[in-house]
Design a protein around this ligand. Structure first.
Ligand code: PMP
Length: 449
């Protein structure tokens, strides 16, 4: 389970106990893959987190994205708690709701109308339903290596086995889970990302069947791949030309890559968009937003959208407090994030050069990717990963060893290679992290590459 069981004695006992009644000992399958094993945590503050054995970590997982301001920022916690004492749920309208929708609509250019839910997965579900209703077409186009939640009609080809995934330019639509509704796959088309020729040719022939293109505007779920210059613009033009609804899934990039998300950073207006995670810094809320032409179908009651906990008052209060902090001082927080993240990325680059370790480091200050190529991949120095198939040149087993060794040294990262930054991370965190990386490179990694 781990090379240092004494360090995690209480977590090991907790996992053994919880497995008896909690399926797998975890509440999300993603956590099954945590290294060295699913640890138990006790508290978080700022950029740091403590496990039940009292070990302290610099946290680059941050709830897998929500904690853009770090753990438990006092303004967000206070606003949430204050609202809880005024009532947990009304199952009716409250005034904070429109305060938040007005804020989102002002910040996000495509957000004429907004609806709130709890999870990103259900907001994606709503967007796909809207696109089908608006176009009368059935099929959705997604990209290999992207994730849009765990629901049946879109859980395809996140990390497909390359031996079954078909031609790189025309991948198969592969279910990620056993038990997924069979038949849904005939209405999902998978294409490689960052290839405008393939997309353009496909739409030329099939646009009459395609209701929507759904995309992460930066491919955060595989290697934090940035869009190639002009790619998103061309996708936007193709959707307009062919009457296809363009959906930006900004569950990770939203409020992280800029105040107005990736769409703000790249200045592109999708038709529909989804936010979750960072919008409320850890409180459960998601947001489906878009042009009136589409969202109006929900407003008119033609397209169904519901949920007992939608617009949960405490979560809405948490979101408003979060946006207050993100917008403060001309959104200065984004400069801090970029500076801290870039300094960490540069520090890692320097260490890979010093220890002669091949690595790919790409992304942005607020979220970046680190991975080691498999031996013999012979990537030219500085080579970027541009799509799912090029991410297969990375050595996941070696990265897993790296992750466990980092966690052992008090730096918490996830095996997928994504590093999340928060405005609570500072230069001291960067220095301590680089010290741990240098140790792991020298003691663990250098002998294996
Ligand atoms: N879309 C993207 C891009 C995501 O990364 C995720 C979750 N990581 C989701 C949708 C699903 O969101 P949730 O886990 O809140 O259902």
């Amino acid at each position: 389970m781990t090379a240092t069981p004494e360090r995690y004695a209480r977590s090991i006992a907790d996992l053994t106990r919880s497995k008896k009644t909690l399926a797998g000992g975890v509440s999300s399958n993603v956590r099954l893959g945590d290294k060295p094993f699913p640890l138990f945590f006790d508290r978080g503050l700022g950029s740091h987190l403590w496990d039940v054995d009292g070990n302290e970590y610099i946290d680059y997982v941050l709830g897998r994205g929500p904690l853009l301001l770090g753990h438990t920022p006092k303004e967000v916690v206070q606003a949430t708690v204050d609202q809880l004492w005024r009532g947990q749920i009304y199952a009716a309208q409250h005034e904070l709701e429109y305060e938040l929708s007005e804020r989102v609509s002002r910040i996000i250019p495509c957000a004429d109308l907004v609806r709130f839910g709890i999870s990103g997965s259900e907001a994606v579900h709503g967007a796909l339903r809207l696109a089908r209703a608006a176009t009368g077409r059935q099929t959705v186009l997604k990209f290999e290596g992207q994730y849009h939640g765990w629901l049946d009609n879109i859980l395809y080809s996140l990390s497909p086995d390359p031996t079954r995934a078909g031609h790189a330019l025309h991948p198969a639509t592969l279910a990620e889970s056993s038990g997924q509704f069979s038949g849904a796959d005939s209405h999902v088309v998978v294409l490689p990302w960052n290839n405008i020729e393939v997309l353009s040719q496909y739409l030329e022939q099939h646009h009459n069947e395609i209701a929507a293109i759904i995309t992460e505007p930066v491919m955060c779920n595989t290697a934090v791949i940035p869009p190639l210059p002009g790619y998103l613009e061309a996708m936007r033009d193709l959707c307009t030309q062919h009457g296809v609804v363009l959906i930006f899934d900004e569950v990770i990039t939203g409020f992280r890559l800029s105040l107005a998300g990736a769409q703000g950073r790249f200045n592109i207006k999708p038709d529909l968009t989804i936010f979750g995670k960072a919008i409320a810094n850890g409180m459960p809320i998601s947001c489906l937003a878009g042009r009136e032409q589409f969202m109006g179908l929900i407003a008119q009651g033609k397209v169904g959208h519901g949920g007992t906990y939608n617009s949960l008052p405490a979560a809405v209060a948490g979101a408003i407090a979060t946006l207050d902090l993100l917008e403060k001082d001309g959104a200065a927080v984004y400069d801090t994030l970029e500076t801290t993240g870039q300094s960490l990325m540069q520090g890692i680059r320097n260490l890979t050069a010093k220890h002669d370790i091949q690595a790919v480091i790409q992304g942005y200050g607020a979220i970046f990717y680190l991975g080691f190529p498999v031996q013999g991949a012979n990537l030219p120095v500085g080579q970027a990963i541009t799509d799912y198939r090029s991410s297969l040149a990375m050595d996941n087993d070696l990265y897993t060893i790296f992750v466990s060794a980092m966690v052992d040294r008090g730096v918490r990262i996830i095996p997928r290679g994504n590093w999340f930054l928060s405005s609570a991370h500072n230069q001291a965190d960067v220095e301590s992290t680089l010290k741990a990386i240098e140790e792991v490179f020298a003691e663990v990694i250098a002998s294996k590459v």
